[in-house]
Design a protein around this ligand. Structure first.
Ligand code: HEM
Length: 410
C-alpha cells in the first residue's frame, strides 16, 4: 500500500528538519501537497493552503479525537506520534460533545471579556519588567515571554500565582527538550506535579466553591443537564494552561529577535497603533508559533490526489500553509501592514483557537511594555538559542539582552 503513495522523508521531530523546514516545506507544497512519511509509524502531511483549510474544515473526515485501535493502543489526537497521557478538552474532542465544551468556554474568551483584561495584562507586564529594569540585563524569554503569558493565564484560571514556576516551566521545557534529555525528564516530572496540583485544587473548589472563580464555575456548570466530573475539569484546565503558556511565548521570542535586527521599526510599532494590529497578524503568519497540528482520518478518502486509508494520522502544516504564494504575495517577506491576511496561525474550522483574542492582547501588551521601557535592548546573539526541534512549536529557549537601565513603575 505504502509504495503507491507519494512519499516524503519528513521527520518533524528531527533537528535536520528544524534547520531547513522553510525550504523543505516549499518543496512539498509545490511537488506533493499531500504526501506520506514513514516516520513515527507513518503519517500524511498536508502542506498547501487550499488542502490544509479543507482538512481543517472537514471535521467529519479529519478527527481530533483519541481512539483505541485493534491492538488496544491509544492513537489519534492533535500530536503525531499520539501522546496517550494527554487528552485535551476541547481540542481532542469531536462534535457532538465538542459543542457543549466550547459553548461553556467561549464567553470568557470573547473579545469584550479580553478587552476588560487588558489593564491587568499591562500591570502584570509592568511588574515583570520592574523585576529586572534596574539591572540593565535580562533574558527576554525567561524574564518576559514565558512568565507574562503564564501569569495572565494563571490569573484567568484563578490558579495560585505564587506557583507560577510549577505551572509554567514544564510547558516551556516540554516543547523544546529532545526525547531522553534531562530537561525532558524534568518537564515530564513537572507535568505529573501539575496534574496532581490541578486535581487537588478541583477537589478544594468542590468543597469550598468561590465567587467569580473559573474552576468553581466549571463545577457548577452543566452540559445538557449533566455536571462535569473532575477528570473533565482537569483536562480543560490542562488545555488552557498549554494553550496560554508557551504559544504566545514563542511568538514574542521570534518578534524580539526580529526587532533586534530591525530596531528602526520599534518606534513605528509604538507610534502607529494600526500597524501593531496588522503586524501582529503578520508575525503570526510569518513565524507560525504552532507549526503543525495532527488529525486522524475517520474513513478512506481521496484527498489531494492521494488515497488516504481509514484511521491514519494526518499532519496539517500550518507553517507551510502560511507561506503559500497562492494566497500570500511575497510569502517569505514580512510585510507589517499586510491586508488581508488569512493566515492559519490560529488554525481554522471548528477548533480554531479559543484563546486568539487573549493571545493577541498578551502579545501586544508585552511587546509595547518592552519597547517602551527597554527601547534600546540589544540581544546577545551568540548566546541566544532557538528550539532545536520544531515538531509542534517554534520558539526560543533563551534570549539574553542588555539595555540602558531604567526605574521601576510599581
Ligand atoms: C500565539 C498564541 C497561540 C497560538 C499560535 C495558538 C494556536 C492554536 C491553534 C493552531 C489551534 C487549533 C488546534 C486544532 O486545530 O486542533 C488552537 C486551539 C486552541 N487554543 Fe490556541 N493558540 C494560541 C494561544 C492560545 C491561548 C492564549 C489560549 C487560552 C488560554 C488558547 C487556547 C486554545 C484552545 C482551548 C484551543 C482548542 C479549541 C477547540 O478545540 O475548540 N490558545 N490554538
Amino acid at each position: 500500500m505504502a509504495d503507491q503513495r507519494t512519499a516524503i522523508d519528513l521527520d518533524h521531530h528531527s533537528e535536520e528538519y528544524a534547520a531547513e523546514s522553510t525550504e523543505r516545506l516549499a518543496e512539498y507544497r509545490s511537488r506533493c501537497p499531500v504526501a506520506w512519511s514513514e516516520h513515527h509509524g507513518g503519517f500524511w502531511c498536508v502542506s498547501n493552503h487550499e488542502l490544509g483549510s479543507a482538512a481543517f474544515r472537514d471535521w467529519e473526515s479529519f478527527s481530533n479525537a483519541k481512539f483505541v485501535d485493534r491492538s488496544g493502543d491509544v492513537r489519534g489526537g492533535i500530536v503525531i506520534p499520539s501522546n496517550p497521557s494527554l487528552n485535551l478538552i476541547p481540542d481532542e474532542v469531536d462534535p457532538p460533545q465538542w459543542h457543549g465544551y466550547r459553548r461553556l468556554l467561549n464567553r470568557r474568551f470573547a473579545p469584550a471579556a479580553i478587552d476588560e483584561l487588558r489593564p491587568r495584562i499591562r500591570f502584570t507586564t509592568a511588574q515583570m519588567i520592574d523585576a529586572f529594569i534596574e539591572r540593565g540585563e535580562a533574558d527576554l524569554v525567561l524574564d518576559v515571554a514565558n512568565p507574562i503569558p503564564a501569569a495572565v493565564t494563571l490569573e484567568m484560571l484563578n490558579l495560585p500565582i505564587e506557583e507560577l514556576e510549577l505551572f509554567a516551566l514544564p510547558f516551556h521545557e516540554i516543547v523544546y527538550a529532545p526525547a531522553g534529555s534531562d530537561t525532558r525528564r524534568h518537564a515530564e516530572q513537572g507535568f505529573v506535579k501539575i496534574y496532581d496540583r490541578v486535581n487537588e485544587l478541583v477537589g478544594e473548589r468542590r468543597r469550598h466553591p468561590r465567587e467569580d472563580d473559573f474552576m468553581s464555575e466549571l463545577i457548577a456548570a452543566d452540559i445538557d443537564g449533566e455536571a462535569l466530573d473532575d477528570d473533565e475539569i482537569v483536562r480543560i484546565v490542562m488545555q488552557l494552561l498549554g494553550g496560554g503558556i508557551d504559544t504566545t511565548t514563542a511568538l514574542l521570542g521570534s518578534v524580539f529577535m526580529y526587532l533586534d535586527e530591525h530596531p528602526e521599526l520599534r518606534t513605528r510599532l509604538l507610534d502607529e497603533p494600526g500597524l501593531l494590529v496588522t503586524a501582529t497578524e503578520e508575525f503570526m503568519r510569518f513565524y507560525s508559533p504552532i507549526q503543525a497540528i495532527g488529525r486522524s482520518t475517520t474513513r478512506e478518502l481521496q484527498f489531494g490526489g492521494e488515497d488516504l486509508g481509514a484511521h491514519e494520522p494526518v499532519l496539517i502544516s500550518i507553517a507551510s500553509m502560511n507561506r503559500d504564494h497562492h494566497l500570500f504575495r511575497e510569502p517569505d517577506s514580512l510585510i507589517l501592514d499586510r491586508m488581508p491576511n488569512r493566515h492559519a496561525g490560529f488554525g481554522m474550522g471548528i477548533h480554531r483557537c479559543l484563546g486568539s483574542n487573549l493571545a493577541r492582547a498578551m502579545f501586544q501588551e508585552t511587546l509595547v511594555g518592552v519597547l517602551k521601557r527597554l527601547p534600546d535592548y540589544r540581544v546577545d546573539r551568540e548566546r541566544a538559542e532557538s528550539y532545536a526541534v520544531i515538531s509542534a512549536v517554534a520558539g526560543w529557549i533563551t534570549i539574553p539582552c542588555t539595555f540602558t537601565p531604567g526605574s521601576r513603575l510599581t
